[in-house]
Design a protein around this ligand. Structure first.
Ligand code: NDP
Length: 247
């Protein structure tokens, strides 16, 4: 039987571990060929090799324009198309505003906001040429309601949301649908390392579902947004946060 994403080419930035790797595994099991990447080639290669489909590993730092252009070329050389782009690469170092330096600010902006712009810039021409595509940006609840220790991150993710809506308006008539998801805290290794225990506890308490998110909580919505079933959903920011925001 044909799988849901049979032979679709899905590019996922930051897919060597965490949320990106988990969704890569899920979509590959639904038949997609995944372009797996991160700043370290060996980790990306190990993640790609573990997938059940003919996937591609690329070393790509999304904050470096040439890396994103090389990545798009590698995608075209191997597959000749790109059906979906999931802009997932991101960092979220916690730092209070009083202690934040310009360097801290710029580091987050370069990856979480400019990196998403650059990866999209590189893949967009492929989608424009084929007159179809799905772009899904991983924002965050912090981009909507803010977060303590997250002035840089909240600003970047708020920027992701604005970018999503503006781009969605520009390219909807070209049959390219752009949307975002805004997860609450998802228990990845990075989240457990970055967030102090008390803030994980506080977030759990403030979440109607009574728990933090798991990577699996994102699988269904991301698969849906990569599929034709979501073709009339455009410029939306879908919260996946156990009811934390309810905006
Ligand atoms: P992880 O740190 O576990 O994974 C991040 C991935 O991005 C890794 O594959 C990493 O690989 C890659 N990456 C980091 N910097 C770059 C870069 N400059 N260029 C390319 N790839 C890069 O994070 P999560 O899985 O927890 O988070 C993934 C996304 O989800 C982020 O955008 C984050 O902001 C967002 N998010 C996470 C939440 C959470 O609670 N976990 C909640 C809401 C949103 P490498 O280091 O090898 O480059």
């Amino acid at each position: 039987m044909e799988k849901k994403h049979q032979d679709k080419v899905i590019v996922i930035t930051g897919s060597s571990r965490g949320i990106g790797r988990s969704i890569a595994e899920y979509l590959a099991n639904e038949g997609a060929k995944i372009v797996v990447m991160g700043r370290n080639y060996d980790t990306a290669k190990a993640a790609a090799d573990a997938l059940p489909t003919d996937s591609l590993a690329v070393r790509c730092d999304v904050s470096i324009e040439q890396d994103t252009l090389d990545m798009a070329k590698a995608v075209m050389d191997k597959y000749g198309r790109a059906d979906a782009l999931i802009n997932n690469a991101g960092i979220f170092p916690v730092k209070l505003f009083e202690e934040m330096t310009l360097e801290d600010w710029n580091a987050v902006m370069a990856i979480d906001l400019t990196g998403m712009f650059l990866a999209t810039k590189a893949i967009y021409p492929i989608m424009a040429e084929q007159k179809s595509g799905k772009i899904i940006n991983i924002a965050s609840v912090s981009g909507r309601v803010g977060g303590v220790g997250f002035t840089h991150y909240s600003a970047a993710k708020g920027g992701v949301i604005g970018f999503t809506k503006a781009l969605a308006r520009e390219c909807a008539r070209m049959n390219i649908q752009v949307n975002a998801i805004a997860p609450g805290i998802i228990e990845t290794e990075m989240a457990r390392t970055n967030f102090p225990a008390f803030s994980l506890k506080e977030q759990t308490r403030a979440t109607p579902a009574g728990r933090l998110g798991r990577v699996e909580d994102l699988h269904g919505i991301l698969s849906f947004l990569c599929s034709p079933e979501s073709n009339f959903i455009i410029g939306q920011v879908i919260a996946v946060d156990g009811g934390f925001t309810m905006i």
